[in-house]
Design a binder for this molecule. Structure first.
Ligand SMILES: Cc1ncc(COP(=O)(O)O)c(C=O)c1O
Length: 391
């Protein structure tokens, strides 16, 4: 019997090498040390709660796998997105380093919340470009510690997301263009005004803060490890610039033996990781990133993440716009007693990817899915003003 050919929307990573150890090149990007301690420290912050990891057994049966579990970030920090972890913790890192430098003594999350060391921290102004979620998180971080914040938004970001950022006390500047245009304008104004950019994406000469942001994301992965033994065999993560995928893959690579199979999921019009995999180096998306999945609407990868995603993602795949709504509905109106999960268009992209693979025999086999497979998904956002159409 001949095996059907692999679909064009799926590509293997020719560099992925399962015997490659998590080394210094990876640890530079995602440092797994101290994350359980960081999680414990956050436990003292009243706004922080571990998010649930839901099992979806009926969905797993329908898709032909042993288990599907979804880490539900729609409730993270009361912000409705995993991004909360990155922005808040990166702002904290900058302020605590400033205190260390000025006083030669270390401080804590709780001390900065109580406005200790105000003379050192008060003049820091934070800024970022964002498609919405990351900006909200940086605004919330700045608000939490009492600092001024300016957020640059692309044209397509919803009015609700803008309102949510303003509600956290930040000034909002809209640019007449896409996410990458917002990044360029943010960099220009930050340099002119001496503001600190808290970006979730890196570029030449700027990677320390994006690494802090990803360190924040690893908290959710540590939670998963504590919530699920023996853990997943397959991990589908939706990517924009790749920060979430790098945190998930890097931390699981460092902590799990053997490491799971990693799959990157992107919208077809914003396939910068898919194209980078084909090129063997960072490359631009093939489309214009015009997608309903606003958090994934990126044309360029975050280059600092290459030593993790470029070397450890096993597969790269794209999804179509019309696969988003069915995935959101699947989460929201589950079958046979599975718990309901509220997601946004970017939040459910991992599930859309899994469903696409499971509907294609060649893809399903190539990824090694089957009755033994335990699949991890991350619902990276809840409903942020993009209501679920139809009854
Ligand atoms: C809801 C959501 N999911 C996933 C992502 C992708 O994260 P990254 O850009 O780190 O790949 C984003 C990024 O903004 C997002 O907002």
């Amino acid at each position: 019997m001949t095996t059907p050919p692999l679909p064009l929307w799926l590509a293997k990573n020719p560099r992925a090498n399962r015997s490659l150890a998590f080394g210094l090149g990876q640890q530079f990007v995602i440092n797994p040390n101290g994350i359980p301690e960081l999680l414990a420290e956050l436990g003292e912050c009243p706004a922080h709660k571990v998010t649930p990891l839901f099992a979806l057994p009926a969905l797993a049966r329908r898709l032909g796998v042993c288990e599907v579990r979804v880490k539900d970030e729609s409730q993270r920090f009361g912000f409705s997105a995993f991004k909360a972890l990155g922005g808040v913790l990166a702002v904290y890192d900058v302020l605590s380093r400033a205190v260390d430098d000025a006083t030669h003594a270390s401080t804590t999350f709780a001390a900065l919340l109580k406005r200790e060391h105000r003379e050192v921290t008060r003049d820091h102004v934070f800024t970022t470009a964002s498609s919405g979620n990351h900006g909200r998180s940086v605004a919330a971080g700045a608000k939490l510690f009492g600092n001024r914040c300016v957020i640059f938004l692309p044209k397509f970001t919803s009015a609700d997301k803008e309102a949510a950022i303003r509600a956290r006390g930040a000034q909002v500047i809209r640019v007449d263009g896409d996410y990458d245009t917002a990044v360029a304008e943010c960099r220009r104004q930050a340099e002119a005004n001496g503001w600190t950019i808290i970006s979730d994406t890196s570029w030449e000469g700027y990677d320390s803060i994006p690494r802090s942001v990803m360190r924040g994301y690893t908290v959710l992965v540590e939670e998963i490890i504590q919530q699920w033994r023996p853990g997943p065999t397959h991990v589908f993560v939706q990517a924009g610039v790749g920060g979430l995928a790098a945190a998930a893959f890097g931390y699981l690579w460092a902590r799990c033996e053997p490491r799971p199979t990693f799959i990157v999921v992107e919208p077809r019009s914003a396939d910068c990781w898919f194209q980078s995999n084909l090129a063997g180096k960072p490359a631009l998306a093939s489309g214009n990133a015009d997608t309903a999945m606003g958090g994934l609407a990126c044309r360029e990868i975050s280059p600092v993440t290459w030593p993790i995603i470029g070397l450890a993602a096993d597969w790269f795949m794209t999804i179509e716009e019309d696969q988003v709504l069915p995935a959101r509905r699947q989460f929201a109106r589950p079958m046979n007693g599975d718990p309901a999960v509220t997601s946004g268009p970017s939040g459910c992209a991992g599930l859309a990817g899994l469903a696409r693979v499971c509907a294609d025999e060649a893809a399903y086999k190539a990824l090694g899915l089957g009755k033994e497979a335990r699949v991890l998904l991350i619902n990276s956002e809840g409903d942020l003003g993009e209501p679920l159409a139809g009854a």
